[in-house]
Design a protein around this ligand. Structure first.
Ligand code: CP
Ligand code: NVA
Length: 311
């Protein structure tokens, strides 16, 4: 079995295998309904237990659908209904029970140390469905979407991130840039540059990362422009002040015009004020809906990886 917690902990060849397998999985689903089971039923009889300590729409839907297509089942626990959530049961005992009843555990959490504690006590695979410091399932799916649209290996492309550079999604994107060896330009205010530990890890592992305190410079020549909410779910900041600090980092038409002519725009969603409606709703450039739906195929491939069933 394999855990799926952070991109940096997984080998480049395994990550590539997950992406390549997701391509095959998607091709096989063309004529099927959303709830039709895959013919080979690779996870028949398996139970995925999910728990969300923070809101979720896409991660919740995509994992629920993914496990069903693989012929398994899903059960979502509400943290406020558990003894653990009320502080009346040890995490180690909760982890043991989840491992006894379920076959895999998907956790969206408000605490990285809780995720690590669960990992320590689980005897089934645990998947990180977003933590304060990383969002690996999202970013792996985004690599898949980029390669699908651009019809090229991501290592041949220049990717740009505009916005908060010290959040979970960009941390995972930095890790992916090292594992998949792509160029990553980051445009953010000085105060919101990536954390030193993430940058140092990337530097020590041949990362190709450039940081600009100007959004147009960062976008120049890029094939893909990403952004994310200025305020993340786990942010404990003065929101009004932070939003003000990002006024010059909105992705608008002027920023997109600095990227390549055929550049695409991606956003993991949900969105706030960091992108103009004009860019977000421009169907030629903005691929956000395709990006969201692709999560089903990549979650399936991640689940198969966790169960050691990737071929
Ligand atoms: N992008 C993403 O993870 O969306 P949700 O928060 O809705 O799951
Ligand atoms: N950075 C965002 C991602 C949401 C999917 C957050 O953590 O809220």
């Amino acid at each position: 079995m394999n855990h799926f917690i952070n991109i940096k902990e997984i080998s480049a060849s395994k990550l590539r295998k997950i992406i390549n397998n997701a391509k095959k999985i998607k091709l096989k689903r063309v004529k099927l309904n959303i709830l039709d089971r895959d013919k080979d039923a690779p996870l028949k009889g398996k139970l995925l237990i999910q728990m969300f300590e923070r809101s979720s729409l896409r991660t919740r839907l995509s994992f629920s659908i993914a496990i069903k297509q693989l012929n398994g089942e899903e059960l979502t626990l509400r943290p406020d209904e558990l003894h653990l959530g009320k502080g009346t049961e040890r995490l180690s005992d909760t982890a043991k029970i989840i491992s006894t009843f379920g076959n895999a555990f998907m956790l969206r959490t408000d605490s990285d140390s809780k995720l690590n504690e669960f990992k320590k006590h689980m005897t089934i695979p645990i998947i990180n469905g977003l933590s304060p410091s990383s969002h690996p399932t999202q970013v792996l799916s985004d690599v898949f979407t980029i390669e699908e649209i651009k019809k090229k290996k991501i290592s041949k492309l220049q990717i740009c991130w505009i916005g908060d550079a010290n959040n979970n999604v960009i941390n995972s994107l930095i890790e992916a840039s090292v594992k998949f060896s792509f160029k990553l330009n980051i445009g953010c205010p000085k105060k919101y540059e990536p954390s030193k530990s993430v940058l140092n890890w990337a530097k020590n592992n041949h990362g190709k990362i450039k940081i600009f305190n100007d959004s147009k410079q960062a976008a120049t020549g890029s094939d893909v422009v990403f952004t994310d909410k200025v305020i993340s779910m786990n942010d404990k900041v003065n929101k009004t002040k932070k939003l003000k600090d990002f006024l010059k980092f909105k992705v608008n038409k002027k920023v997109m015009n600095c990227a390549k002519k055929n550049a695409i725009f991606l956003h993991c969603l949900p969105r706030g004020s960091e992108v103009s409606n004009e860019v977000f709703l421009n169907h030629k450039q903005s691929k956000v809906w395709q990006q969201a739906l692709n999560r089903v195929y990549v979650q399936k491939s991640i689940l198969l990886y966790c169960f050691d069933k990737l071929r």
